[in-house]
Design a protein around this ligand. Structure first.
Ligand code: NDP
Length: 246
């Protein structure tokens, strides 16, 4: 159980982040439902959590903005006096083949997926060090582990997440803070809904379990890494991918 733990989940208005927020809240955590543009969906997430008896609050912040990420963390610390769990889930794709990829598409993806996670870790670390406890879980991807044609920007950001996770884990271990990554395979969300049917079929053929995952598959893995019971696990990458990256 995560009773009274304060958790920040970035990109929790939709998809995987929403399910992580719901799962942590149902285990007793007070969840900050971060969103960027989808205010209505974030409020829906909060409403669903509250209806189920949990506690949550929506907080707008574009995590790719260093100062805004600092403001969000300052707000949370001031209001709740602590942050126990940070889940860096916010992410975007701007797929395209390397030869045609624009600098703008490369930067946008790296700025949100990789720098966004850095900003949130950077601004939460002081509080967690002060507490001498904390759980940081970064959402990577099978694309960051294996690479994926058409995703040079995305794979770079997600492989970067893995390196950052391991370095941060080494730096923060002596302060009782664990840092791990979860690398989902193909999960049914808005992000994968936009793939063409032929791409979906091709991908499914490469998944040993022969199906896309559900958002709850990722959420359960995150909830475990956020728990007291996972206290001796740090610097790891847990693949939730139907066996793709084994
Ligand atoms: P969705 O596209 O369904 O949702 C993305 C979420 O990220 C939204 O809540 C969105 O908020 C938020 N977000 C985007 N940009 C920002 C930003 N700059 N600041 C704050 N929040 C932001 O994605 P998924 O649920 O599919 O993916 C979630 C994570 O899991 C991502 O990191 C993704 O890379 C990763 N992943 C997903 C896989 C999949 O198959 N779906 C596979 C592997 C990894 P808003 O709507 O408010 O803009």
């Amino acid at each position: 159980m995560l009773t009274d733990k304060v958790a920040v989940v970035t990109g929790a208005s939709r998809g995987i982040g929403k399910e992580i927020a719901r799962t942590l809240a149902l285990q007793g955590a007070i969840v900050i439902v971060n969103f960027c543009g989808s205010a209505e969906k974030a409020e829906e997430t909060v409403g669903e959590i509250e209806t189920a008896g949990g506690r949550a609050e929506a907080v707008q912040c574009d995590v790719s903005d260093y100062k805004k990420a600092a403001e969000m963390m300052d707000y949370v610390v001031k209001k709740y006096q602590r942050v126990d769990i940070l889940v860096n889930n916010a992410g975007i794709t701007r797929d395209g083949l390397l030869m045609k990829m624009t600098e703008e598409d490369f930067d946008a993806v790296v700025n949100t997926n990789l720098k966004g996670a850095f900003h949130c870790i950077r601004h939460v670390a002081r509080q967690m060090v002060k507490q001498r406890s904390g759980r940081i879980i970064n959402i990577s991807s099978v694309s960051g582990v294996l690479g994926n044609a058409g995703q040079v920007n995305y794979s770079a950001s997600k492989a970067g997440i893995i390196g950052m996770t391991k370095s941060a884990a080494r730096e923060l271990a002596s302060r009782g803070i664990t840092v791990n990554a979860v690398a989902p395979g193909f999960i049914k969300t808005d992000m994968t809904e936009k793939l063409s049917d032929s791409v979906k079929e091709g991908v499914t053929a490469q998944i040993p379990l022969k199906t896309f995952g559900e958002t709850k598959d990722v959420a359960y893995a995150v909830a475990f890494l956020a728990s007291e019971e996972a206290g001796y696990i740090t610097g790891q990458v847990l693949c939730v991918d139907g066996g793709m990256a084994m």
